[in-house]
Design a protein around this ligand. Sequence first.
Ligand code: SF4
Ligand SMILES: [Zn+2]
Length: 341
Amino acid sequence: MSLTTVVRDIRSRQKIKFNPPDRPTAVWTGKDILDGKPIATLTVIFQTTGCRWNNCTMCGYVYDSSRSAPSHDDLIKQFEHALSRCRDEEFVVKIFTSGSFLDDGEIPTATRIEMLSRLGADARVKKVIAETRPEYVTQEKVSECTEALGKRFEVAVGLETSNDMIRKDCINKGFTFADFVSASEFAEKENSTVKAYLLLKPPFISEGDAVKDILQSINDAAKYAGTISVNLCNVQKGTLMDEMFERGDYRPPWLWSAVEILKLGKEANPGTVIMSDPVAAGSKRGPHNCGKCDTDVAEAIRVFSLTQDTGVFQGLSCECMELWKKVVELEGFTFGSVMVK
Ligand code: SF4
Ligand SMILES: [Zn+2]
């Protein structure tokens, strides 16, 4: 049975919540880094028909999609609702759709152009980052976006790993590293920057292999992406990862693994912005250590992401560090069994 069949079977048993079509799935404000300095961010997840691929083993975003395609007016109301949430004098807008902003099936071209033109005319907006799968990134499409926006535009791609085998056999992502490279080249030809999201610890690999994979992926992706964001896996409902977690066959990554990756990754690639937002840190379904040190370690990861200073990790320690080292060393020998919950 293929991973796609398994994922589709799990998806068919879930309920999709109803949200009014003129409201985005989520909006929140936060902080990011721009030209070496912290800046406010407005993140919006538009409610669309969702990802056309919809087959990844860890992804529960499909349950946020709309039951029927929102109209142009609905999408513009979502946009206006999101923009009204930010009171900062200047900020970066991060656009997600639980799929791909550049997919015309989710966001029609006219709607996308209207949104970007409005952001272009808004002097508070310093940069727009939009996430998409690489197959929707063509030179023409990026050019459409940059022309409408008239200011800094960044194409963000959920590359997850530079290893095609892990992306296929652990994540079932449905594209290759070469596809990401092409997307990056198209973006750069249109003077857009590129951000790559990497995924620490998909199902079916040990903690040690996961750390090695992301360190290698940072080195590989840094040639094509000025910013790399390391997503620390959290277990989303209605996914294959969720079923494995409930059976005791999956543990999210340790926060110590993230610290190691950010430290070594930054040292090897000083010119690349490397960041991580440890969502659900400290919870059993999110990245965690022993429970005692999680808050401090997650905070250090957030501070590093805004300062790029690996010195923030220096004072961190906890007795669980030795246990984490043993897990990294030995989990590869357990034939998939989780060593420590
Ligand atoms: S491509 Fe992205 S949105 Fe689509 S299923 Fe995979 S992780 Fe989810
Ligand atoms: Zn600890």
